[in-house]
Design a protein around this ligand. Structure first.
Ligand SMILES: [Zn+2]
Length: 122
């Protein structure tokens, strides 16, 4: 099964919407108004101990958003190809239902569970 162009269009729309949201979040978090990304770093400042906890939280959130942005861009790049919607591990169809819920998915549910188990932190 391959996705119809209508199905791909609706997935592309979802990806672009999510991309805009993530970009807006990143812009708020990094306080960058010129579109470039600035990770919060306060190393070397006198109040390092006071700000480091908040910075760590902010940094973690920023990194999460940045990696989601990468996955979204990768999905958008993959979308026109025949590889989109095909599991990278077993070459089976990921399934429209899963793609609608998670358009950046590169694995079918079974392979994703296996992947997460094998890559889980010890
Ligand atoms: Zn699979």
């Amino acid at each position: 099964m391959s996705l119809s162009s209508e199905q791909k269009q609706s997935i592309e729309l979802a990806l672009r919407q999510r991309r805009a949201e993530v970009l807006a979040e990143l812009r708020t978090e990094t306080h960058a108004d010129d579109g470039t990304m600035r990770l919060p770093t306060h190393r070397g400042e006198a109040d390092d101990d006071v700000t480091s906890a908040a910075d760590a939280v902010e940094m973690a959130q920023t990194l999460r958003d940045a990696s989601e942005l990468e996955r979204i861009d990768a999905a958008l790049a993959r979308l026109p190809s025949a590889q989109f919607g095909v599991c990278v591990d077993c070459s089976d169809d990921i399934g429209l239902q899963r793609l609608r819920a998670e358009p950046t998915a590169v694995r079918c549910t079974a392979c994703q569970i296996r992947y997460e188990k094998s890559h889980a932190p010890a």
